[in-house]
Design a protein around this ligand. Structure first.
Ligand code: BTN
Length: 257
């Protein structure tokens, strides 16, 4: 706690709130940050595992594939610092987070589902995106930063760059900090099991919220586009497609329906 208080921070210290909750994450909240992911990537060496940084707004929110993430007040923007003792299943931790967000918003009444690998959609529109970034140095893997952008109370998402919904546009009123706490509770309940055992721990629940089996999709991975019919999600969390060239297991990409 003392170390945290001495840490250099980027904006007014009054905007910093530190508290401990029942499962002992360390929580930092800023009124404004460039990006909660960037903050943790800069400061991870001085912060304990499971530090959660959230911001009321981000001035340079980042999405996957170098896209930007609209981060006006009303949304939930947070990142979690993870230092797992075993790194075999890092991509599955991102899928765990997506599942926890999906379960949380469903509990709040949203008819939400998962779009592989880690988007949460409702009404055919994006409700939540997750940016996972591993930090490495000369000694190898250091930390994983899992950043979540969930649209909660925004009413105008016309600048989101893609069709987007918020809980509010779905007719659901929610408190961002309570939603955050609920997501973290379910995430840390399963975290160690996923670190040790991977996607197997989540597969049944993930598949229950993944409505794309039997659908024709394309997956973009850089310049490569693979088309096929979704068969399943493999025990490792990969997308299994039936393509004209046979079954393909895809570990990374952007799935388009
Ligand atoms: C996506 O492109 O779908 C991922 C979006 C991730 C946005 C979140 S908001 C909190 C965290 N900080 C960032 O700069 N990005 C992530």
């Amino acid at each position: 706690m003392q170390d945290l208080l001495k840490m250099p921070i980027q904006n007014n210290p009054l905007s910093l709130l530190i508290c401990y909750n029942s499962i002992m994450e360390h929580m930092l909240h800023f009124q404004e940050l460039d990006s909660t992911n960037t903050y943790l990537k800069k400061h991870y060496a001085n912060l304990p595992e499971k530090t959660v940084v959230s911001a009321t707004r981000q001035t340079a929110g980042r999405g996957r594939l170098t896209r930007s993430w609209l981060s006006e007040p009303g949304g939930l923007y947070f990142s979690v610092l993870l230092k797992p003792h075993k790194i075999d299943f890092l991509p599955n931790l991102t899928q765990l987070m997506a599942l926890c967000v999906c379960a949380t918003v469903r509990e709040l009444g949203a008819n939400a589902w998962l779009k592989w690998p880690n988007d949460v959609l409702a009404n055919g529109q994006k409700l939540c995106g997750i940016l996972s970034e591993a930090v490495t140095d000369k000694n190898g893997f250091q930390v994983l930063v899992l950043g979540v952008g969930l649209n909660v109370n925004q009413t105008d998402l016309s600048q989101a760059g893609q069709p987007a919904a918020s809980l509010k546009t779905l007719g659901i009123n929610a408190d961002t900090q309570k939603v955050l706490q609920q997501i973290l509770d379910v995430f840390f309940e399963k975290y160690t099991d996923v670190v040790n055992n991977g996607f197997e721990v989540l597969r049944t629940e993930y598949l229950a919220h993944f409505p794309y089996i039997g659908k024709e999709v394309s997956v973009l991975n850089g310049a490569q586009k693979i088309k096929g019919e979704v068969q399943t999600i493999s025990p490792e969390g990969k997308l299994v497609l039936q393509t004209p060239q046979g079954l393909k297991e895809i570990s990374i990409g952007d799935m388009m329906v």
